[in-house]
Write a protein that binds this ligand. Structure first.
Ligand code: ZN
Length: 57
């Protein structure tokens, strides 16, 4: 299984950690705060993460 780097979407957490994930696993659960983490090594990640509407998605 591949390992990807993920970042927590909680601004007060900001945890980054490697997660073993499948090819379609764009999200993971933060081990620090239990929040949603998104995969960093994706060209579509940055504009998506910066969107003000992200947390409503
Ligand atoms: Zn977190």
């Amino acid at each position: 299984m591949p390992i990807y780097q993920y970042q927590c979407t909680d601004e007060s957490c900001g945890q980054q950690e490697p997660v073993i994930a499948g090819l379609d696993d764009a999200m993971a659960i933060c081990s620090r705060c239990g929040g949603l983490m998104l995969r960093l090594d994706d060209d579509l990640f940055t504009p998506y993460f910066d969107s003000p509407n992200f947390k409503e998605a």
